[in-house]
Design a protein around this ligand. Structure first.
Ligand code: NAG
Ligand code: NAG
Ligand code: NAG
Length: 211
């Protein structure tokens, strides 16, 4: 369940190219929408810019690999009928593009769609969609929403370090230090106490609890 979905668009996609499948909605349509809704500027330069944006930033989004592997010149010529998971993943990718442009509200709307469509059996994917939405809520400082989405991500994947760390930050902002400490401790354990920034975070929470 946790590995079966990774890169799932591509094998099918390449197969469709090989078989010469006819044009359909699917990817081409989603690709078109992404670039009309989230990006401005000249169409011929959009893809390069969005990929340049991706490479220039390090933020806690998951699943960007698929985005950078897209071959824009092929998309639109041929497409396949997307499975619900593929469609959800495409929505998530659009959300990531919006996120990186600082359009957090739009990103959240894409993640909403991804979460809505994603089959519950794809728990790993679903957990990343929740985690990414939590990241967008964090940018908007909507800490209750961050906490709730991280909780959903963790229900689906209890060892999701990023979600644990993010929820610890949310609890800190909500002044719930005991629960923040609980999450940051779990994060430290999962990271084998090797991450200085997490250790510093734990230290900070302990000090706040002492005050
Ligand atoms: C595309 O971008 C390049 C530089 O990034 C620029 O030189 C070129 O004029 C742009 N093309 C169009 C059609 O705007
Ligand atoms: C350490 O934790 C930070 C979050 O505070 C995270 O961004 C970073 O990737 C972690 N480093 C490692 C090596 O896991
Ligand atoms: C963490 O801190 C220790 C001691 O302060 C240092 O030796 C080590 O290089 C740091 N590790 C990282 C990944 O920053």
């Amino acid at each position: 369940m946790s590995t079966g979905s990774t890169g799932s668009i591509f094998p099918k996609w390449q197969l469709a190219v090989l078989l010469g499948a006819p044009i359909a909605i699917g990817l081409g349509y989603l690709y078109y929408r992404k670039h009309t809704e989230c990006l401005e500027d000249d169409p011929s330069n959009k893809t390069k810019k969005s990929i340049a944006n991706l490479k220039g930033q390090t933020i806690s989004l998951d699943g960007d690999d698929k985005l950078t592997q897209e071959q824009p010149e092929n998309i639109g010529k041929k497409a396949v009928q997307l499975s619900p998971l593929e469609e959800a993943t495409a929505h998530k990718n659009e959300g990531n593009v919006c996120f990186k442009k600082g359009k957090y509200d739009e990103a959240i709307q894409w993640y909403d769609k991804a979460i809505e469509i994603c089959p519950s059996s794809n728990a790993h994917d679903l957990s990343t969609f929740y985690q990414n939405r939590a990241a967008a809520y964090e940018q908007l400082k909507k800490w209750t929403a961050v906490r709730d989405d991280c909780t959903k991500a963790l229900d689906l994947n209890s060892k999701y370090v990023k979600a644990l760390h993010r929820r610890a930050r949310a609890y800190e902002h909500l002044n719930d230090f005991p629960l923040s400490l609980e999450d940051v401790t779990a994060t430290c354990i999962l990271e084998s106490f090797q991450n200085n920034s997490t250790l510093a975070f734990a230290d900070r929470i302990l000090k706040q609890m002492g005050e």
